[in-house]
Design a protein around this ligand. Sequence first.
Ligand code: HEC
Length: 129
Amino acid sequence: MQIIRREVVLCAVLAGISGLGFSNLGVKELAGTAKIGDPVSGREIYVNTCIRCHGIDGKGAFGIKLVPPPADLTSLAVQSRLDGTLFRRIHEGKPNTAMGAWKHSLSDEEIWDVLAYVRTYGVESGGRP
Ligand code: HEC
């Protein structure tokens, strides 16, 4: 009786370990696909929501007067940041700046899409300021 119980416990532990292994894999895979945003739908979001501050070329909208000014999305300062950092900045916004938290109006998927579009500014400028 005791041996059986021990085996059951061992099985449960093993299942737990392999379950953990699988769930870790799942998270990695999810994060991996989430980062591959669609720059085409991202462009639409950008034009609708970001262009009025960041401008058509990502360097800032003409005539906008904000303190601090909108970040130059083509700059190395922005483009050298990790995807996760930029995602968080768009998601949470930047305190004490005009950059608001877009999590209220954009889904995570839409933020990955718009980030994929923001990355195209890095390709165009060669990632240099
Ligand atoms: C109301 C104006 C405004 C709008 C709209 C706006 N931003 Fe910003 N954004 C800013 C300002 C201002 C900053 C600069 C903050 C600073 O100086 O650190 C900024 C900074 C950023 C940064 C750089 C963050 C960093 O790493 O420091 C990114 C990326 C960015 N915005 C993306 C976006 C995207 C994508 C959208 C549309 C979903 C958007 N912004 C909409 C004003 C705006």
